[in-house]
Design a protein around this ligand. Structure first.
Ligand code: NAP
Length: 306
């Protein structure tokens, strides 16, 4: 068995599934762990962490929704002989003030920076693929995404870009040590503009509705979320509304040598896909509900092109 394993946490999640696939294509020995994966890992059960950390040299740390125990995990990783940590965090985390959401993310960053290990922090803006499901499709009833976000633009990033950067950084020891990479799309769009683009590309009449944070929290709780998790997510929107994370960065291009994909390039399949202009070959596979219909309509093969 290899004693040079890359551990990726959040194995079944949207970001990490993509990272794992890329690492395996590079023949990197990967251990993918989460509560429901073949290698079990639970942030709330530290007794199992040492087993998961055995023979690991590099760890991709994707914090839990409320990232409390990252300090403890980092200490265990050091004791287990891990040499490098790559942390997934949020875009512009320096400016998140003293909100619980900001403090939690900063605490996870502090844990990694304060360790004796080589570290890199990847700070991603909101994923374009969030529109494909949890958490942003959960509350929107039929064809009407309802979020507490107004006129402040968000530089949505394609998850394929986040995964490409993470796989590159995880595979290149020493090259990204001590760096904080701000991963954004190339331009900001308001949430209403993003929904309009998705509606146009899909041909479905999806209309954005702005709600207040309290209504959003209440809807999430109705959908089965815990109160504190719902408040945590609503708080993220309150922070975004301050506009301090609306700026864009070239860090995707710096790491990959390729421009980040642009949500403005959403095209239905057959309209530009496969052309040299396609930056990200992966379809968003967006799904949404048409007004008046309970059933979700899958919209396959929407591509982001430049
Ligand atoms: N969404 C965004 O726009 C965005 C932007 C920037 C940064 N981020 C960060 O990206 C991270 C993950 O995003 P994602 O979209 O990949 O999330 P996701 O698809 O919801 O996946 C979350 C992953 O965490 C695992 N998990 C949940 N609770 C756990 C626990 N108690 N112990 C161990 N594993 C647990 C889940 O698997 P199991 O259920 O099998 O445990 C799943 O693999 C979050 O930390 C988020 O803050 C997100």
């Amino acid at each position: 068995m290899s004693n040079d394993i890359t551990l990726v946490l959040g194995a079944t999640g949207n970001t990490v599934r993509r990272v794992t696939a890329r690492l395996r294509l590079r023949d990197t020995p990967v251990r993918a762990a989460s509560r429901s994966s073949r290698t079990p890992f639970d942030w709330s059960h530290p007794a199992g962490w040492d087993q998961v950390l055995r023979d690991v040299t590099t760890a991709y740390v994707v914090p839990p929704p409320v990232p409390g125990p990252v300090h403890d995990f980092v200490a265990r990783a050091e004791a287990a002989g891990v040499r490098r940590l790559v942390l997934l965090s949020g875009h512009g985390a320096d400016d998140w003030g003293d909100s619980a959401f900001g403090l939690d993310m900063r605490s996870a960053e502090d844990a990694v920076r304060g360790s004796a290990l080589e570290w890199t922090i990847l700070r991603a803006s909101d994923f374009a693929q969030n529109f494909d499901g949890h958490p942003f499709r959960t509350p929107p009833a039929a064809g009407e995404p309802a979020l507490p976000a107004g006129a402040v633009p968000e530089p949505f990033i394609d998850l394929e870009d986040v995964a490409d950067v993470a796989a590159a950084v995880l595979s290149e020891p020493g090259q990204h040590a001590g760096r904080v990479c701000e991963l954004t799309g190339p331009r900001g769009l308001t949430w209403a503009e993003a929904v309009e683009l998705i509606s146009r590309a899909s041909g479905l009449p999806i209309v954005y509705r702005r709600v207040c944070p309290a209504e959003y929290t209440a809807t999430l709780v109705q959908e089965g979320w815990g109160q504190s998790e719902a408040q945590h997510l609503a708080e993220m929107f309150v922070l975004l509304e301050r506009g301090t994370a609306a700026w864009t960065s070239d860090d995707v291009a710096t790491v990959l040598g390729l421009r980040a994909a642009d949500l403005r390039g959403l095209r239905p399949a057959g309209h530009g896909s496969g052309s040299p202009a396609v930056l990200s070959p992966a379809g968003l596979g967006l799904a949404c509900r048409a007004p008046g219909s309970g059933a979700p309509h899958a919209i396959p093969h929407i591509h982001i092109t430049c």
